[in-house]
Write a protein that binds this ligand. Sequence first.
Ligand code: GAP
Length: 514
Amino acid sequence: MAQQDDVFKKIVSHAKEYGFVFPSSEIYDGLSAVYDYGQNGVELKNNIKRYWWDAMTLLHENIVGIDSAIFMHPTIWKASGHVDAFNDPLIDNRDSKKRYRADVLIEEQIAKYDEKIEKEVVKARKRFGDSFDEAMFRQTNQRVAENVAKREALHNRFSEAMNANNLDELRQIILDEEIVCPVSGTRNWTEVRQFNLMFKTEMGSTADGAMTVYLRPETAQGIFVNYLNVQKTGRMRLPFGIAQIGKAFRNEIVARQFIFRMREFEQMEMQFFVRPGQEMEWFRYWKEWRLRWHKALGLGDDKYRYHDHEKLAHYANAATDIEFKMPFGFKEVEGIHSRTNFDLSQHEKFSGKNIKYFDPELKENFVPYVIETSIGVDRMFLSVLCSSYEEQALEGGDTRVVLHLPAALAPVKCAVMPLVKKDGLPDKAREIVNDLKFDFATHYDEKDSIGKRYRRQDAIGTPFCITVDHQTLEDNTVTLRERDSMEQTRVNVADLHRLIHDRVSLTSLLRKLS
Ligand code: GAP
């Protein structure tokens, strides 16, 4: 675990050093859980968004996009349940004055039991070597059995308390488990209180009678309240989907793990409207299809798993998360929810407007059911970054840091480098850049030794480096160096466009999905 923490720290500092992610307002000592994307970060982020957007809107002829405003009528958040129930349970330690999420403290306690169990298994595996029967050991070892029993009891008690919204019980669990504040080391806890995660602000001047409005905590509601506009103006028929990418804001109590949990973040959400009764079929479709989208990136199939929700929100009849193996464990990156007709029905009730769909085949009016796919851009960014980062030992004792980014997502696709800064090589290199730049993000680099220039491009994940040397002036060939294998091949300048396009285009990625 300590080793994984080290790797994660290195990834965070690499992200800063190479212009991917900066702490927000850094010269003012930063703003907690808010980050800025740098020159390479914004390109990687845009490529992720483009991959998602094209996969949704180009590959599905019944999905269109919208871009709704961040500010919306405040009653929307009353109807959606966010005003009353978008809460986290918080608890303060009186000695350190630090604030925590009560549910996170308990989840960490559950994780401690898991760690204890795993430790026993690892120890036993070492002791017994090849003859180790893990399943048998887990069943029969007394210490493992005790910890499994404690973990299960805690898990059940915790789930019940959360479902019943029982704040006293959450506090009692923290006391019974003897959970201490990581800062003060004491158990001097306050009561548990609910904390609403929405940011509020005022719209209009006070003299006009200002209205309290919220920064949206999800983009989905902008889709729900527009669904009939899109359906009518686009003459859409069920089933159809509406996709949206945009900022969302949550006043997270515990903000950590870099861009994993932010107060300002971006979501890519798609609401798919279906006839009542067909939602489970479409839920299964989207569950499978979204995982395919992730896996097509080639980050490693073993890095994903589904987490099906056993306990469902009152409006959902199925829900699953796609989790990704981050350096700090498997974590949710995307949620797929069958939300029934809850949101639309609530908006019908609170707005007093009829927002039923008329089904021309069934000749019936009804409120459609909805399957939602909701993924955080920043979490996706983090998963791509973490799984691409490698410190590689090279032959001869040298090392390099390389980002094995999926080529279609890489911020820079190729870098053109004259071997030396004389003899007309820079001019020839510029000529190549001027040809490639219309289709690919292309860098020109003539500073430092060629080895150092390669390392710089490796560190930002550039799939190709093109080196112009004296031979280029004679036969119009260059060396094309591939990032991951570091293999160099001599190719004709006229073939560069095709060779690069085959590897870096989004089209090749999208083709895997259709
Ligand atoms: N409309 C449904 C919805 O918002 P959610 O599970 O709360 O569902 C969806 O959020 C996704 O948004 C998550 O899977 C995660 O990727 C991302 N997300 C949520 N809160 C976030 C935060 N504080 N920072 C970064 N990403 C977040």
